[in-house]
Design a protein around this ligand. Structure first.
Ligand code: ADP
Ligand code: MG
Length: 225
């Protein structure tokens, strides 16, 4: 096993050309070890989503290096990045992003299409993932019939289907009330206890305080709290 951090950003800057040019990330250095539980807080416009997009291989640094699992990602073409993303990272978003006309089970199954999970393993894994988030009894329901907390648990099941090393969550409790939000965070923390690295972007200080490690981002610069 490699001892490299899961994530390593070295002097990463991301500029949007404009005009006017915006430096959404400025000289960011960040290492996330295997099994870390990190929260990222910062005001609107501070660069949180840009950071998440870079970490998630959805965007590239303008300057600097990003190593994911020790792999220097700048050297990869888009296809290789997509493959690495599918195998390594699970995403959870504020707005759930479930397909409204597909059942809960289909939503989870569809996540394995590009992940390298062998076909015959997909169904048992999807069912196990739904069982794990406590939604085995909602498998055949449409997402639109579920509560917000249940929808987010489906999204978590979908995110862990391909056995990622890293979960990136962007305001995962933003659409949930306090109790439901606590339940979703409990679920994330169980996954983290099993060894998954967890990065949660949040506005909610209660959510941020649960993480073992917290960083603040302001005007594109990161500082450790
Ligand atoms: N595609 C883009 N083109 C130009 N500017 C952008 C783009 N994406 C983000 N920005 C700018 O970068 C800064 C950081 O944005 P963002 O990462 O979305 O912040 P946050 O998620 O913290 O609200 C903002 O000033 C935003 O306007
Ligand atoms: Mg954002």
């Amino acid at each position: 096993m490699s001892q490299a951090p899961v994530v390593e950003l070295i002097d990463v800057t991301r500029s949007f050309p404009g005009p006017p040019e915006v430096q959404a990330l400025k000289g960011v250095n960040l290492a996330i070890d295997r099994g870390d539980y990190l929260s990222i807080v910062g005001p609107s416009g501070s660069g949180k989503s840009t950071l998440l997009n870079v970490l998630g291989l959805l965007d590239r640094p303008t300057v600097g290096e990003y190593r994911l699992g020790g792999v220097l990602t700048a050297a990869l073409d888009e296809e290789a990045r997509a493959g690495l993303r599918a195998r390594t990272i699970g995403f959870v978003f504020q707005a759930f992003h479930l397909l409204p006309r597909r059942t809960v089970l289909d939503n989870v199954l569809l996540a394995t299409l590009y992940s390298g999970v062998p076909r015959r393993e997909r169904m048992p894994r999807a069912k196990a993932a739904l069982d794990r988030v406590g939604l085995a009894h909602r498998m055949d329901f449409l997402p639109t019939t579920l509560s917000g907390g249940e929808r987010q648990r489906v999204a978590v099941a979908r995110a862990v289907m391909a056995s990622p090393e890293l979960i990136l969550a962007d305001e995962p409790t933003g659409n949930l009330d306090q109790q439901t939000s606590g339940e979703v965070m409990d679920l994330f923390e169980e996954l983290n206890a099993d060894g998954l690295s967890l990065v949660v972007i949040t506005h909610d200080q209660h959510v941020a305080d649960r993480a073992r490690r917290s960083i603040r981002i302001a005007d594109g610069r990161v500082s450790e709290l």
